[in-house]
Design a protein around this ligand. Structure first.
Ligand code: DX5
Ligand code: ZN
Length: 218
């Protein structure tokens, strides 16, 4: 496996100083962009117009995490505006395989996310259809929540199966990732780490990103 990827979540950024905060995470691998519709999750962030400007401004590629209902209708637009990856929720898609193919066809990496209460069973037969799988380690909706270690068996089983069938899928974790939790997620099979408060709350963001990367690589 290559170096672990660290994707800071701009949910913890300053929304009226977004350009400055994007420049502060230039040493990250991707910027994680949380789109919430106040329907799939009980919180609201922004939509395609804002993501378009982030795309035009960010020094690093965009990793869009859609926490919105009716994913098949809305996700392709985020791929069309140039996001490197677009991750939709399995619970919000009536046809996840068709949507993943559509996202790939537009040129984005296709990602699927599962909430803590959602079993991974439905993904096992389609591991080659996705470029990344996001195992949520908190209930989606808010930054600053506590990491759920009980998600590690689900992550480990998925990662082992992907290795067994030779699917080159990235495994992402999101929620409560910090210097004290990242190693156990890496050990369970994650290679891509979303961190909001642990990055934007740090005294030195470059140091925080480097420390997280080092702890995940151990
Ligand atoms: C939560 C979002 C996360 C959030 C993580 O629903 O998907 O990306 O920003 O924040 P932390 O790292 O603070 O748990
Ligand atoms: Zn997220």
């Amino acid at each position: 496996p290559g170096a672990p990827r660290i994707n800071p979540s701009i949910l913890s950024a300053d929304f009226v100083n977004m350009q400055a905060d994007l420049e502060r995470i230039a040493t990250a691998d991707f910027v994680h962009v949380d789109v919430m519709d106040n329907h799939f999750v009980p919180n609201l962030t922004f939509g395609p117009q804002m993501v378009q400007r982030i795309q035009e401004t960010s020094p690093v590629p965009l990793d869009v995490h859609l926490m919105i209902t009716d994913a098949n209708r809305w996700a392709p637009g985020y791929a069309e505006l140039g996001a490197a990856s677009v991750t939709f929720h399995l619970e919000a898609s009536h046809d996840p395989v068709a949507l993943a193919r559509r996202l790939r066809g537009i040129g984005a990496r296709a990602g699927v996310a599962i909430k803590p209460g959602t079993p991974a069973d439905a993904l096992y037969e389609h591991l080659h259809e996705f470029d990344q799988i996001l195992v949520m380690t908190v209930e989606p909706g808010f930054g600053g929540q506590s990491f759920m270690p009980e998600m590690m068996p689900k992550l480990r089983a998925l990662a082992e199966e992907a290795r067994r069938v030779g699917a080159p899928v990235w495994f992402q974790v999101d929620g409560g990732i910090s210097e004290s939790t990242i190693a156990q997620a890496a050990e369970a099979g994650a290679d891509t780490f979303v961190a909001g408060s642990a990055v934007f709350g740090a005294a030195d963001i470059d140091v925080a990103i480097a420390d997280l990367r080092a702890l995940a690589a151990e």
